[in-house]
Design a protein around this ligand. Structure first.
Ligand SMILES: Cc1cc2nc3c(=O)[nH]c(=O)nc-3n(C[C@H](O)[C@H](O)[C@H](O)COP(=O)(O)OP(=O)(O)OC[C@H]3O[C@@H](n4cnc5c(N)ncnc54)[C@H](O)[C@@H]3O)c2cc1C
Length: 455
């Protein structure tokens, strides 16, 4: 593996490396195929003739995640665990705080080396630091999420897509190549490992449920591949024309699979390279899944304030501060937003799309978030509410794309200054009439609001 994928290395304090297994601490990349950190862990294990184990640490309290997020994740992990076991890589699930469970496991099984997934989010980085503090073996943190490794793409926070785009495209040929397939591991780990009863595990978790959820996407790497194939065969050709129209189904629907690492964006691009679609449909989609997605990781990695207004660019902070005292025509609290009880039916319908399907269409996500800002007292409160709703109810939530999308909507991150207006200052504004020009708003409202809510 190209060593530029190793984003961080912890040396470990042990003088002599044990001859026990190598472990891959799986976290963001929950798949057995197209997985750089996993194939690198196998490369290390093969070099020294060591068994290879994959360990997942399950915490019940994770950034507002609810029952449907855990269900989606665990069903996918069940499939991934089977695929790994077929390759003689035992899958272990540890429940509780990884800073306690992993060191214990590492000691008990005389683990020699650990490889884990790169993640720009603070919660994951803190967990990795905490684990590293409590163990004495070396750890490599490997970027398996970005096609161009995060620190190779750029060594600093980028201003916008226009500054990162040329850097990414310049490197694409260098990095867009096949990911080594995981082989059947020649050394099987013989010691007893805990069995996993997936159904019992899911039942045992005490989690918040979203009682309004009506449809859930099938989970797992196989479902992710099917979703991609269906998109390429049936929707991609119309992507450029209708991606801002939530009444037409042209988007890929890949974000939950990408978020849980059930498919890699690198595989998506490799498959697209072989397809013969018109250049504009493919390039518009590549702009999202490659440039915008990797820009979000860049923002969260280089800006620790990605989840609060301190992270906004100076021009935006200044302008938002100048408009703090502006009177708001409407003011709502968390509960009004949660149950879609605003005066705006389009907004309410978007919120009900979230509650019923676990997702909001990409175009309406921007409108949804900007209105939360318009109808709350401050950017701080708006950001808190938007993150709580997005992380708590969106199946693809708790993702760098989400924090960056919210910071774009409220704080002009990766955007430019627009004509000054009340409340928003120089932040880009969106309104109902703009949405009406783009799509049939009534059809959308009727899809997600109950009849009694229409009047
Ligand atoms: C307020 C707000 C909140 C958002 N919350 C999330 C979130 O929690 N999780 C999430 O994955 N995305 C989020 N986004 C970004 C974007 O809206 C979603 O990625 C997209 O709607 C997912 O649907 P799709 O996979 O069908 O998109 P497609 O249009 O088919 O795009 C394919 C992939 O490209 C990437 N992508 C698309 N749009 C963006 C974007 N604007 N920024 C970064 N990457 C993008 C995603 O990985 C997406 O899955 C948010 C955007 C906003 C404005």
């Amino acid at each position: 593996m190209d060593k530029r994928r190793i984003i961080k290395h912890f040396e470990g304090s042990e003088k002599e490396q044990s001859s026990g297994p190598v472990i891959y601490w799986m976290s963001r990349e929950q798949r057995s195929e197209d997985n750089w950190p996993l194939s690198y862990a196998q490369e290390l294990a093969l070099k020294n003739n060591q068994p290879l184990l994959a360990v997942f640490t399950l915490m019940e309290d994770f950034l507002e995640a609810n029952h449907s997020h855990y269900e989606f994740m665990l069903r996918g992990l069940e499939e991934t665990a089977k695929n790994l076991e077929n390759n003689h890589i035992s899958f272990v699930l540890l429940q509780g705080d990884p800073a306690k469970t992993l060191p214990r496991f590492i000691e008990e099984h005389h683990i020699a080396y650990m490889v884990t997934d790169f993640d720009p989010l603070k919660k994951k980085r803190t967990l990795q630091e905490n684990v590293a503090d409590n163990i004495s073996i070396p750890i490599d943190i490997v970027d398996g999420h970005n096609i161009v490794p995060i620190t190779t793409a750029s060594a600093k926070q980028e201003y916008g897509a226009y500054t990162l785009r040329p850097k990414l495209h310049k490197r694409l040929e260098e990095f867009l190549h096949q990911i080594p397939e995981v082989q059947k591991h020649p050394l099987v780990y013989k010691n007893r490992l805990p069995d996993i009863s997936w159904d019992a595990l899911l039942k045992s978790l005490v989690l918040k449920k979203n009682p309004h959820l009506e449809v859930t996407a099938p989970s797992g790497p196989r479902a992710a591949r099917n979703q991609l194939q269906d998109f390429i065969s049936n929707r991609l050709r119309n992507y450029s024309a209708y991606s801002n129209d939530p009444t037409k189904e042209v988007l890929s629907g890949l974000s939950p699979y990408l978020h849980f690492g059930q498919i890699s964006s690198q595989r998506v691009l490799l498959i697209l390279e072989e397809s013969d679609f018109s250049a504009s449909a493919v390039s518009d989609f590549v702009e999202q899944i490659f440039v915008r997605k990797e820009l979000s990781d860049n923002y969260c990695y280089y800006n620790a304030n990605y989840d609060n207004p301190q992270g906004f660019p100076d021009w935006a902070k200044k302008s938002l501060n100048a408009h703090r005292g502006d009177p708001r025509e409407y003011l709502y609290g968390y509960q009004d937003f949660l149950y879609g009880k605003t005066h705006d039916k389009l907004w309410n319908a978007a919120q009900w799309e979230l509650l019923k399907t676990g997702k909001i269409h990409g175009y309406l996500r921007m409108y949804w978030c900007k209105k939360i800002f318009e109808w709350t007292k401050s950017p701080e409160e708006a950001m808190e509410i938007a993150i709580r709703l997005n992380d708590g109810y969106s199946i693809d939530g708790r993702d760098p794309n989400g924090y960056t999308g919210i910071a774009w909507s409220i704080g002009g991150v990766h955007d430019r200054a627009w004509k000054e207006r009340p409340v928003f200052g120089k932040i880009r504004y969106m309104n109902y009439n703009g949405a009406k020009r783009k799509f049939d708003v009534d059809t959308y409202i009727h899809t997600y609001l109950k009849d009694e809510d229409h009047e």
